[in-house]
Design a binder for this molecule. Structure first.
Ligand code: FES
Length: 183
């Protein structure tokens, strides 16, 4: 797959490699729902809903500096295994006056290496660029939403443009087996 951004490729497509993660997570969720189905009558009705509302992702194959997109509740979620430089940058900007929606980097991550955010621009809902090699990442090296020019930093915080809020951090659990459960 080319590393060069194709301007005609909009909206951005989920990469084949990324799709494998998506498939794995979604199959796990669907499998859990199917297994639970015969027992629904004797269970809390929210149990099947809960299974479908989570996405499990194996983090092991994601290299430092890599970004992967998965789907959770029909939305893209960006998983970014940040480099030490990106982490330092994010922390050093904690007190920057241009933070539109002030938040420390530490408040947005459970472990500094893993930034996990919903990949939906908080302006009007476009999917920002920055997940693929060659994508524009904006002036702060995070994500860039070309719809109306919003720049997000390496913590997913909005720094410039019309978006009013930072990229949303979804509920998630980093597990000891190297997976993350989103939802
Ligand atoms: S939807 Fe992202 S800047 Fe408008």
């Amino acid at each position: 797959m080319s590393d060069v951004k194709d301007d005609n490729d909009w909206p951005p497509q989920i990469e084949r490699r990324d799709f494998l993660f998506v498939s794995t997570g979604m199959m796990a969720a669907v499998g859990a729902a199917a297994a639970a189905w015969p027992f629904i009558d004797s269970m809390n009705p929210s149990a099947d809903v809960q299974a479908l509302a989570t996405t499990e992702v194996d983090l092991e194959p994601i290299a430092v500096g890599e970004r992967v997109t998965v789907i959770w509740r029909s939305q893209p979620v960006f998983i970014d295994r940040r480099t030490p430089e990106q982490i330092v940058q994010a922390n050093s900007d904690d007190d920057s006056p241009d933070l539109v929606d002030p938040a420390t980097d530490a408040s947005r991550v459970q472990e500094p290496e893993w930034l996990i955010v919903v990949g939906v621009c908080t302006h009007l809902g476009c999917v920002p660029l920055g997940q693929r090699e060659g994508d524009q990442r904006g002036e702060w090296g995070g994500w860039f939403c070309p719809c109306h020019g919003s720049h997000y930093d390496t913590s997913g915080r909005i720094r410039r443009g019309p978006a009013p809020r930072n990229l949303v951090v979804p509920p998630y659990e980093l597990r000891d087996d190297g997976t993350v459960l989103i939802g």
